[in-house]
Ligand binder design. Structure first.
Ligand code: NOJ
Length: 549
C-alpha cells in the first residue's frame, strides 16, 4: 500500500453535514465501561480519542433512551431519559460536551413512528376504557367479525406476523414492528406537540442532529384499508403508490414542523431521514424546509458489479443536484449483513435468508475482504457525506453463525425462525487481542465474539500498516485534503466493463476493478492510496481500488 498526504487542503465553507463522515455507534456493542456485558455511554466517552484519531466528523448514536430493548432500543419507554444499562442523562450530557471538545458532532436517533409498550402513554391507554381520548395517541380500534375477534385489517408487521395485537378488553392496537412497539397516531395533535418538545429537549442539550427512524412511516390512511399483500420487508421499498402506511404525502407537514424547530437553534443542526421510498419520491423529503439529508441505501443492496455501482452513483448524484442536497453513502448499518460477508457471497444470493438457509460453502471470506476494502475507498472518495458503521473500519465480518440460543433480534422469533435477523452485525467490538470480551469490557459480552476476532482487534490493527483500520484512517485523512474542496465529480470512461472510476474537482481519481483480471489504470502522476497491492506496470488488480492524481 502506498500513500501520500500532500496538498491541497481547504477550509470548508459548507455546513459540516454536507461532506461530513458520520460514524454510527451501536452503543450496546461499542465499549462497556462498567463490565456488565453491555456497552455504555462511559465506554463511548473513553473511546472518543480513538474516534478523533480515525478522522470522523460526527457520531450517530443508535437509540440510548430508557427501553426494555425489545428491539435493540427502538422501543422507547421515555424519550427524555437514558437507558440505565447505558448510563444516565448526566453521562449523555458529558458525552456531548466531550465529543465537541474532540471536534466530533453528536447525532441522536429519534423514533417517532412508535413507542415501547412500556411508555407511560401506552400503559395509560391500555388502562383506559375504549373511547377514552388517551387511546387516541395510538391506533387502537375495534376488530372485525361479529365478536370483533378478527384484526381490523390485513396489515403485516415488518418483522413477521400480523400488525395488530388484541388488548384484554377486546380492542386491537397497531404495531408495524414488534408487538412491543405500538404505532403512534400522528393525526393526534398531542403526539405532534410531544415530539416538538422532545426535539427541543435534546437540542437544548447541544445535540447536533437527529437520525429519524422510519421516516417514511408515521402517517396512516385512517380508513385502514386492507393491503391484500402478504407482508412487508424490513428494508424494502414500498412499490405501491398511495400506500396506506408508507410514504404518505401528509408526512411532509410533520417534517416541516420539525425543521422549523431545528432552524430556531444556532449552529448547523441537521436531520437525516431513514426513508425507504421510491427514488422519484425521495427529493420531496429533501426540500429546503424538510430533511437536510436522507440515507442512500442503494449500495447496501447492490451486487459486486461495476455497472450497478456506476448507475447508483449516477442516479443518486443527479437526484440531489436540483434540490441542492448531497448524497449520503452507506455500505453498512445495524440492520444489514456486514459488507465483507455480503461481498463474499456470490452475486444474487439472498443474504437476509442465507444465514438460515445456507449452504455455508457459498461464502468465500477471502473474496469479501479485498472487496470491502475497495468499496470503502469507492465510498469515501465520493462527493457528499459518508456513514461508517462501527467495526466497518476494522473489516469485521458478519457473525452469521451465532448460536440460535443467543439471538436477541425479534426478527428470529417473529419470522417463525426462518430469518436469524440482525444480531450478526451487532456483535460487540474487539478492542484488544485478549480478555473476557477482547477489550470490550471486563466481563463476557452480551453476544459472543468469535475467538479469531482477536486478530481484528483495534490494538492489533493499530500496529499493522496493511490493516483495515490503517486504510480507513489514511483514506479519511486524504479525503479531507482531496475530496472535500468541492462537490464536483465526473466519471472516467474507457475502463472496460469491470472498471468503475470517477474524478473529483481536486484532481483526485478513484478507480475500482470489479472484475477477475487486471485492468489498465488511466494516466496519473501519483498513486495516493491503494486498497491492495498496486502493480508497478500500471495495472489494477481484481477487487482493488486506487486513489490517483
Ligand atoms: C429501523 C431501525 O434501523 C431498525 O433497527 C428498527 O428495528 C426499525 N426501524 C424499527 O424502529
Amino acid at each position: 500500500m502506498s500513500s501520500a498526504t500532500d496538498q491541497p487542503s481547504s477550509s470548508d465553507p459548507a455546513p459540516w453535514w454536507r461532506r461530513g463522515v458520520v460514524y454510527q455507534v451501536y452503543v450496546r456493542s461499542f465499549a462497556d465501561a462498567d463490565g456488565d456485558g453491555t456497552g455504555d455511554i462511559n465506554g463511548l466517552r473513553a473511546r472518543l480519542p480513538y474516534l478523533q484519531r480515525l478522522g470522523i466528523d460526527a457520531i450517530w448514536i443508535n437509540p440510548w433512551y430508557r427501553s426494555p430493548l425489545a428491539d435493540g432500543g427502538y422501543d422507547v419507554a421515555d424519550y427524555r431519559s437514558i437507558e440505565p444499562r447505558y448510563g444516565t442523562i448526566d453521562d449523555a450530557e458529558r458525552l456531548i460536551a466531550e465529543a465537541h471538545d474532540h471536534d466530533i458532532r453528536v447525532i441522536a436517533d429519534l423514533v417517532p413512528n412508535h413507542t415501547s409498550d412500556q411508555h407511560a402513554w401506552f400503559r395509560e391507554a391500555v388502562a383506559a376504557a375504549p373511547g377514552d381520548p388517551v387511546r387516541d395517541r395510538y391506533h387502537i380500534r375495534d376488530g372485525r367479525g361479529p365478536d370483533g375477534s378478527q384484526p381490523p385489517n390485513d396489515w403485516s408487521s415488518v418483522f413477521g406476523g400480523p400488525a395488530w395485537r388484541r388488548l384484554p378488553d377486546g380492542q386491537w392496537y397497531l404495531h408495524l414492528f414488534a408487538p412491543e412497539q405500538p404505532d403512534l397516531n400522528w393525526e393526534n395533535e398531542e403526539v405532534r406537540r410531544e415530539f416538538d418538545a422532545v426535539l427541543r429537549f435534546w437540542l437544548d442539550r447541544n445535540i447536533d442532529g437527529f437520525r429519524i427512524d422510519v421516516a417514511h412511516g408515521l402517517v396512516k390512511d385512517m380508513s385502514f384499508p386492507d393491503l391484500g399483500t402478504a407482508g412487508v420487508e424490513i428494508l424494502g421499498t414500498p412499490r405501491e403508490a398511495n400506500h396506506p402506511h408508507w410514504d404518505r404525502d401528509a408526512i411532509h407537514e410533520i417534517v416541516r414542523r420539525w425543521r422549523a424547530v431545528l432552524d430556531g437553534y444556532d449552529g448547523d443542526r441537521m436531520m437525516v431521514a431513514e426513508a425507504w421510498v421510491q427514488p422519484h419520491r425521495l427529493p420531496m423529503y429533501l426540500r429546503p424546509d424538510e430533511y437536510h439529508q436522507s440515507f442512500n441505501f442503494d449500495f447496501l443492496e447492490a451486487p459486486w458489479d461495476a455497472t450497478t455501482f456506476r448507475d447508483i452513483v449516477s442516479a443518486a448524484t443527479e437526484a440531489v443536484v436540483d434540490i441542492g442536497s448531497t448524497s449520503t453513502w452507506v455500505l453498512s448499518n445495524h440492520d444489514v449483513m456486514r459488507e465483507l460477508t455480503r461481498y463474499g457471497l456470490p452475486n444474487g444470493t439472498n443474504w437476509r435468508s442465507w444465514p438460515t438457509t445456507g449452504p455455508a460453502e457459498l461464502l468465500d471470506v477471502e473474496r469479501g475482504r479485498p472487496r470491502a476494502r475497495a468499496a470503502a475507498m469507492l465510498l469515501l472518495g465520493l462527493p457528499g457525506s459518508a456513514y461508517i458503521y462501527q467495526g466497518q473500519e476494522l473489516g469485521l465480518p458478519e457473525v452469521w453463525d451465532l448460536p440460535v440460543e443467543v439471538l436477541d433480534d425479534p426478527v428470529w422469533k417473529r419470522s417463525g425462525h426462518t430469518r436469524k435477523g440482525r444480531d450478526g452485525c451487532r456483535v460487540p467490538l474487539p478492542w484488544a487481542p485478549d480478555g473476557p470480551s477482547l477489550g470490550f469490557g471486563d466481563g463476557p459480552a452480551w453476544l459472543p465474539q468469535p475467538p479469531d476476532w482477536a486478530e481484528l482487534s483495534v490494538e492489533v490493527q493499530e500496529s499493522d500498516a496493511g490493516s483495515s483500520l490503517v486504510l480507513y484512517r489514511t483514506a479519511l485523512e486524504l479525503r479531507r485534503r482531496w475530496a472535500m474542496a468541492d462537490e464536483a465529480m465526473s466519471f472516467i470512461d474507457g475502463l472496460g466493463p469491470n472498471g468503475f472510476g470517477y474524478r473529483r474537482g481536486s484532481g483526485l481519481a478513484c478507480v475500482v476493478n470489479f472484475g477477475e483480471t487486471a485492468i489498465d489504470l488511466p494516466d496519473h502522476q501519483q498513486i495516493l492510496l491503494s486498497s491492495g497491492d498496486t502493480a508497478a506496470d500500471g495495472t489494477l488488480a481484481p477487487d482493488t481500488a486506487v486513489w490517483l492524481r
